[in-house]
Design a protein around this ligand. Structure first.
Ligand code: UDP
Length: 239
């Protein structure tokens, strides 16, 4: 019999960088396969799972500025990049992992994704579909980390899981400072005041003001995602 998960509904934020795997640009099929099976392991526990996808592996709004592209235009390009990642993940989840999914886009692209409608997202989750939120918040000058906080609050997720390449939060950069110490639990205010760069201020503030707990985990460690929803001590908890 399956162990009982601690959370009923979670939101997972995957950065575009993760999609690129070891590469600088594009989508790594090995990561797609890996992450699909990780997501499946959570879905199989009956945890309602929503995902917000980044786009940094393809385009970031700020990058456009050096090309003479206005920030707002660049940001829309970045949002479209997240749609590409969302479709790749959807395909992998359905083909590799056999998990039913829906992509809901904050920008209307009706031929490839449903428009984002809050109540519909919740309905899909209740029906056991993994919901993939694409196109961030639909607005320039925001990040997909903020979209993650926003959607998590809208769907009343109990936990915001921020997938990273490190084990969690440290007192300093563990790659640069061998003295850096792991932090198991920390408050929102401390993260903000100490300038710890987990996500941007807009996203952090949204979580803080609405008391949405954030768990920072290493997504590259197999089973971490499952362990997180089971309530095991993986990563760092911000609350
Ligand atoms: N973006 C935006 N509004 C949003 C979410 C994203 O304008 O609500 C744009 C922004 O230009 C951003 C890009 O989309 O740089 C890709 O998202 P992000 O950088 O958050 O992706 P990640 O770092 O997670 O890969």
């Amino acid at each position: 019999e399956n162990p009982k998960p601690k959370y009923r509904r979670v939101l997972l934020k995957l950065s575009g960088e993760a999609f690129a795997g070891g590469k600088e640009y594009g989508i790594d099929p090995a990561f797609l396969e890996y992450i699909s099976m990780e997501i499946k392991s959570v879905w199989e526990l009956g945890v309602q799972t929503a995902i917000v996808i980044g786009g940094g592996n393809i385009f970031r709004g700020v990058e456009g500025e050096s090309m003479g592209i206005e920030r707002a235009v660049g940001d829309y390009m970045g949002m479209l990049a997240t749609v590409i990642n969302a479709l790749a993940l959807q395909s992998a989840l359905e083909k590799v992992a056999n998990v039913p999914t829906r992509v809901l886009s904050a920008l209307e692209i009706r031929q490839v994704a449903e428009p984002y409608i809050r109540r519909r997202a919740i309905r899909h989750l209740e029906k056991g579909r993994v919901v993939i939120f694409a196109a961030g918040t639909g607005n320039p000058f925001f990040s997909t980390d903020t979209a993650g906080a926003l959607r998590a609050l809208e769907i009343e997720a109990e936990l915001y899981i921020k997938a990273t390449k490190v084990d969690g939060i440290y007192t300093d950069d563990p790659y640069k400072n061998p003295e850096a110490q792991f932090i198991e639990e920390i408050t929102y205010l401390e993260v903000i005041n100490r300038g710890i760069r987990v996500m941007d201020h807009t996203a952090m503030t949204l979580c803080k003001d609405n008391k949405l707990p954030i768990m920072v985990i290493n997504i590259y460690k197999p089973n971490n995602l499952k362990r997180a929803v089971l309530g095991e001590k993986v990563g760092s908890l911000i609350k």
